[in-house]
Every structure is written in structure tokens, then in C-alpha cells.
Design a protein around this ligand. Structure first.
Ligand SMILES: [Fe+2]
Length: 278
């Protein structure tokens, strides 16, 4: 099975140092666009995105909504003694993740076994842990992406540059046409979820939306045409805008365009080109 989005040695059975450096060892280097198992500090002050995104909403969104998801994810992974260097590495194959190997401690007590490696036993993750990874792991990734793609309006250019700008033109015609298409997709999405610009492994850029806290990294849960790495993310949950914009999603989206971090969009596009060898 090809897993282009994960580092194959993403897990560390922290309670099992005997396995460190083995197939269950820590990542040797951070994956590009990887996301750690904690909240990154914001790259701006809460009031920096005013008047487009208000500080009160951002404070609740970051310190309560996002923080809660990280807390729940950590608790769930702790329960199965699974620690992760890069949370994105969990996304493509949530349903086929295994528990870290468990040492048969009874064997270790035998003198004859003390000269042999510990025996590993693998088992699938419990279904409720899989569901927690999908919901809370997805939410952690989605919100981290959302923050990364925001910037104060006076500190971001008006669009992507370099190869990214060229790719936008090739796929969508103009930046305005891209914005119209992205906005239409976000407006047509019913209920909670996310809007994305995705860099697919075949180099194509596509606009899509996902329900709840799913994202385009979840190979098992998204259509193959929408699978890839996000290079722009928009939170469509009402908690992202209701305090200021009430149920006027369109007003929120129009304001959000004013604070898109185009520098990071261009950077993410360049990283994807490197990852996929384009
Ligand atoms: Fe959110």
C-alpha cells in the first residue's frame, strides 16, 4: 500500500524503549508540512486580524475549541500507549493502524528469555480510538492548517507568487476565478465542515469540501479525486464566525479572503512540489 503522506516510521511506543530505532521508532526528521501533537503558537496577535476576524471569536476558537480537540486526541493516544511525532502521519490509514507491540512481560522474567529480544504482539486500535483520531486528530490538523493560512491584512500579499501563481492561473484561469470557485464550494457545503485547496499527488490543484472534521489527507474517507495535501483551509463550522457574522457565512468568507496568508500558500505549494517530485 502506497502511503505518500506519511513517514513510515511515525510511531514511538514510548513505554517500550526496546523498540526505539526499530520499525516503531521516532521520526528521524520532521516531515514537511507535518503537525506536532500540540498547538503551535499563533503567528499573529488575536487582534491583528480585526476587523475581518474578531479577536473574541479567535480566542475561543483557538484556546477552547482547538485546545479541546488536542486534549481529547492526546488522551485517546495515551490510552493505547501510542505517541506520534507527526499527527498527519495518522490520517491516510486510520482504520488500519495497529497498537504498538506489547512486551510479554511474563517471558521477560524467564532467564532464558533475558538474552532474547522482547516479543511483539500487534493488534488493531479499538474502534473508539480510531473514531477519536478521525474526529480529534482531524480537528487538530484542520485547525492548525487554518491558523497557518491566516495573516494580518497588512502583512500578506494579494495572492500567491512564483510557481504557485502560475499553477493557479493554469488550473483556474485567474486568481479572481479561483476565489469565486472556492467561495461557491464553501457556500454550497451544507452544515459543518471545511473548504480546501488540495495539491494532489498528480500535481493537480482541486477545490473540495469535507464534512465535520474530515480532511483531504484521510485517504480512506475522501474521494480519490480530493485526496492530497491542503494548501489552503477554511473552517466552515459556525463557531468560526457566528459571534461576529451570525449565520451569514458569505460575509465571513468575504472577510476571510482579506486575511489569507498567501505567503504560506506559496510556501506550501513549493513544499508539495518537492514532496511529489514536480
Ligand atoms: Fe473550528
Amino acid at each position: 500500500m502506497r502511503l505518500p503522506l506519511i513517514h513510515r516510521r511515525a510511531f514511538l511506543a514510548s513505554a517500550l524503549p526496546a523498540f526505539a530505532g526499530s520499525a516503531w521508532g521516532v521520526e528521524e526528521r520532521p516531515a514537511p508540512l507535518g503537525i506536532p501533537l500540540h498547538q503551535e503558537p499563533l503567528n499573529f496577535e488575536l487582534h491583528d486580524l480585526e476587523p475581518y476576524l474578531d479577536s473574541r471569536t479567535l480566542k475561543i476558537h483557538y484556546h477552547e475549541h482547538h485546545a479541546w480537540h488536542v486534549q481529547k486526541l492526546r488522551a485517546s493516544l495515551d490510552e493505547v500507549e501510542l505517541s506520534v511525532g507527526n499527527v498527519t502521519s495518522l490520517m491516510p490509514c486510520i482504520m488500519s493502524l495497529n497498537r504498538p507491540p506489547q512486551v510479554r512481560r511474563s517471558i521477560l522474567t524467564l532467564s532464558v528469555a533475558q538474552t532474547k529480544p522482547a516479543t511483539g504482539v500487534q493488534a488493531p486500535l479499538p474502534e473508539e480510538v480510531q473514531q477519536c483520531i478521525r474526529l480529534h486528530g482531524g480537528a487538530h490538523i484542520n485547525h492548525t492548517a487554518f491558523w497557518r493560512f491566516l495573516a494580518p491584512p497588512d502583512k500578506t500579499p494579494l495572492g500567491p507568487d512564483g510557481k504557485a501563481a502560475q499553477a493557479f492561473d493554469e488550473e483556474f484561469g485567474t486568481l479572481s476565478q479561483f476565489k469565486e470557485a472556492f467561495t461557491a464550494a464553501a457556500m454550497n457545503h451544507s452544515g459543518s465542515g471545511w473548504a480546501w485547496l488540495v495539491y494532489r499527488p498528480d500535481r493537480k490543484l482541486v477545490i473540495t469540501t469535507t464534512r465535520n472534521e474530515d480532511n483531504p489527507l484521510m485517504k480512506e474517507f475522501v474521494d480519490w479525486r480530493d485526496y492530497g495535501r491542503p494548501i489552503l483551509a477554511l473552517d466552515l463550522w459556525e463557531h468560526a464566525y457566528y459571534l461576529k457574522y451570525k449565520n451569514n457565512r458569505r460575509a465571513y468568507i468575504d472577510a476571510w479572503w482579506k486575511v489569507v496568508n498567501w505567503n504560506f500558500v506559496s510556501k506550501a505549494h513549493a513544499i508539495c512540489r518537492g514532496i511529489y517530485g514536480h
